[in-house]
Write a protein that binds this ligand. Sequence first.
Ligand SMILES: [Zn+2]
Length: 316
Amino acid sequence: MPRSVHQLRTSRRDTVPVLVHEASAGPVVAITANIHGDEATGVAVVQELDRWLAERLLKGAVVLYPSLNPAGLSNRTRVLPPDGADLNRLFPGHRDGSESERHAASIWKDLAARRVGLVIDLHADSARSIPYAIVDRALARGRGAKLAPMLEKYAAASGLTVLREYPDDQYVRYSLDRSLAGAMVNRGAVPAITVEAGPRRWISAPAVAAAADAVRGVLGCLGLVDFPGVRHPTRVDGGPWRRAPAPRARVGGIFRERLEPGARFDKGDVLGSLVDLSGAQLDEIVAPGEGVVISWAEVTWVDAGAVPGTVGLLEA
Ligand SMILES: [Zn+2]
C-alpha cells in the first residue's frame, strides 16, 4: 500500500512528521502520539503500526503522527518548550496567537485537510497503571453532542478498560474540551478517543503491545484492517466507569498501595495508606464508592491535599 512521509511545518523552527498510509476510498483515521513530550509510549506504538500497516491496510487511510510535540520530546518536558503551554489544552489553536497556539492550529488544519473521521490520541499515565481507553465527553451544547454512542463503540473495540471522562463541569473546568480529542468531538464533531498506556519516560514493550493492539482493534472495527480485536488481560468489565481522581491524602506521607491497578473495590474499602518513616500509619485512602483502581502516581511521597492516583468510579 502506498506510504508517504510529510513534514508539517508548525513554526520557523519546528516540524511535525506525518506518515500516511492510503489504500482506497474509505474512512480516514489519525493516530496521534506524544502530544505530551514526556509520554514516550505512543511514539513507539506509531512506529510499530507504521510497519504493520504497510501490509495490512485494506481500505481507507491511516495518518500517523509519531510526535505532535517533538521539541518537548527532546526537551523531556510534558509541555511545549517555547512557553510552557500544555498543547493538549490549546486546540483548535490560533493562527495569529502565540507560538504554541500556532503550533496547535497547524496540527488542527492538517487533520481537517486530510478529512480525518476518527482520531486516536495516545498518552501514558504511569508505570503503575493498567492501560485504558477514555471516552471523551460529548458536551450537550457541543457540535458533537450526538457522538457519544459512537465513542463508546470505538473505545470498547480497543479491548481495554473503558473510562468515561470527568463530569461536564469538571471536564470544562480542566479545559479538556480544548484537548485534541475533546476539541475534535465538541468543536469538530469528529469522533476521537484517548488511549493511555505505559510509563511516561521510557518505552516499555508490554505497554507498546497493549496500545498497538488497542488501535488495531479500533481499525478492525471500522473495517480498515482484518483484525478481530483482543481483550487485554487487565480489562475490567462492568461499569460504566467514570474517571476520577483518587481521594486526596489529608496528610503528607509515604504512599503504600493496598490495592493494585486493575483491582475492583467497594465503597469504604481502603485503597492505600500514608505512613511515616517509622512505618506508623498517618492516613488511609478510602474508596468513595464502587470502582476500579486505574493508576498510582509514580511517586513515593504524597503531599497533604495531593491525589495519589486515578480510579474509575461506577457511574450511577
Ligand atoms: Zn498525556
